[in-house]
Design a protein around this ligand. Structure first.
Ligand SMILES: O=C(O)[C@H]1O[C@H](OP(=O)(O)OP(=O)(O)OC[C@H]2O[C@@H](n3ccc(=O)[nH]c3=O)[C@H](O)[C@@H]2O)[C@H](O)[C@@H](O)[C@@H]1O
Length: 435
């Protein structure tokens, strides 16, 4: 007798019911079996996936040594700290340990290399923003690396990063050159100026004031703070409450901030008012740079003139003279008097003009470039636009001369010759030879 027989019902209706019950049970068992094998499959696939991921993490490209290299070279990692310390260590016992912000910038690169060459320790910081060609900044970074200067990639608004750097290194000095530069761009992107030149500066001052001991600070202000001032040459005693551009207003705000941090916390602070700095490795957004580019390309250049038909004029200052002024400002900076956020006595607060003391009309700048490039410029004389530009600048440098021993020695023609030599070498591909 078959199994079916034994389960045979006493009535046909009951059989149907029981058959469907049996069907349901078997179906449920089958579903349960299917479900359980599916979950087993899912579970084992999951484990397989975990094991696979585990082993792929262990294998190339992130082998254990590579991985630890990567984590170590990230900010905070042991290799990163080693690089930071090595770069910041002075060669000479009496050497400074300088934190240079904006190190891959035009002035930042020159100052960092000069400090390193004379035996100071230098640690750079730069956010490598896209205000102008980042490749130029990267090439400057290569120059810095060759000189032994490590540039940490980061922003002055990153409190944690600054704090970390100040925890790792005891900086005797800060050379603060990171800024949103350019007079005319301020109309397009005002926030960038507020962010870098005001918020970023406050951030840096906050970290400096809390450091124990506090570093002495030297920072880049600008000739543009003189704004509509008509007294010539511009003296540090003249009024600076009429900025003509938002850029100038943020630099003037920086000077006011410097005053408060000096007054409240005893930070030693020196502001340097740079006058239209030019030279090799310069900024492509500046007139002398893009005029050179456009003259060589046969493109038109706009030369501004004032309402009474005079060419606008600038006290163009060669980079090497500016570097000397920066180093002298560091050398003569007295110690900050506070520590850990508390002032212990009055501290040094200074501001100096760093200019060339011989303003040159922009039309003359163009004729020098024409001579050096041996190409006639396609000039278009335009009325000075209402874009924040001022008609002229002219530095009185007697204060810097007296206290810093600052004395510029490069006239515009000599400086432009050096710039043009660098420019043609750099853009013809012989970058490495040009420093
Ligand atoms: O002295 C300073 O503090 C400032 O110097 C420069 O500002 P600026 O003097 O305006 O330098 P450029 O932009 O290179 O202009 C130089 C001259 O060329 C003129 N110019 C500019 C552009 C143009 O198309 N045509 C023209 O005639 C300007 O009016 C100005 O007189 C820098 O760009 C600022 O970052 C710096 O702070």
């Amino acid at each position: 007798m078959s199994l079916l027989d034994t389960t045979r019902p006493s009535t046909p209706g009951k059989l149907k019911q029981e058959k469907s019950l049996l069907y349901l049970q078997t179906h449920r068992q089958r579903s349960l079996r299917l479900y359980s094998s599916l979950s087993k499959f899912a579970l084992s696939s999951f484990f397989f996936l975990i094991i696979f991921l585990f082993f792929s993490l262990l294998s190339s490209p992130s082998s254990p040594s590579n991985r630890s290299k990567i984590t170590n070279s990230l900010p905070g990692g042991s290799q990163w700290e080693k690089k930071v310390l090595k770069s910041a260590r002075p060669k000479l016992r009496a050497g400074f340990t300088v934190f240079v912000t904006g190190a891959a910038g035009f002035v930042g690169t020159h100052v960092s290399v000069a400090l390193k060459r004379r035996g100071d320790g230098v640690l750079g910081l730069d956010n490598f923003n896209h205000y102008y060609d980042v490749n130029l900044k990267r090439d400057r970074q290569k120059v810095l690396e060759r000189s032994g200067v490590f540039v940490v990639e980061g922003d002055i608004n990153d409190v944690k990063l600054l704090q970390k750097l100040f925890d790792v290194v005891y900086f005797t000095h800060v050379m603060h050159l990171a800024a949103q530069a350019g007079v005319r761009y301020a109309m397009q992107n005002p926030k960038s100026y507020v962010n870098s030149n005001i918020a970023g500066f406050v951030n840096l001052l906050e970290v400096c004031k809390s450091a124990d001991p506090q570093p002495a600070i030297v920072w880049a202000s600008s000739s543009s703070v003189y704004g509509l001032n008509k007294r010539v040459p511009f003296s540090e005693k003249d009024r600076t409450d009429q900025p003509a551009s938002l850029y100038a207003a943020t630099k003037k705000a920086g000077e006011a901030l410097a005053h408060s941090y000096n007054h409240i916390y005893g930070l030693s602070i020196t502001g340097l008012r740079f006058f239209t700095v030019y030279g090799p490795w310069g900024r492509p957004d500046m007139a002398y740079f893009f005029f050179t580019k456009n003259i060589l390309k046969g493109k038109e250049i706009g030369v501004y003139e004032t309402a009474d038909g005079k060419s606008v004029a600038r006290d163009f200052t060669y980079i090497d003279d500016i570097v000397k002024g920066c180093l002298a400002a560091l050398d003569t900076a007295k110690n900050s008097t506070g520590s850990g956020g508390k002032k212990r006595g009055p501290a040094q607060l200074r501001v100096f003009n760093l200019g060339n003391t011989s303003p040159v009309p922009v039309s003359k700048l163009v004729s020098i470039l024409e001579k050096l490039l041996k190409v006639k410029a396609k000039k278009k004389v335009l009325p000075l636009p209402r874009n924040g530009d001022v008609e002229f600048t002219h530095a009185n440098i007697s204060s810097a001369q007296r206290e810093l021993g600052y004395m510029p020695t490069t006239d515009l023609e000599t400086g432009l010759k050096k710039f043009v030599r660098w420019y043609t070498g750099y853009f013809s591909g012989s970058k490495k030879k040009s420093w």
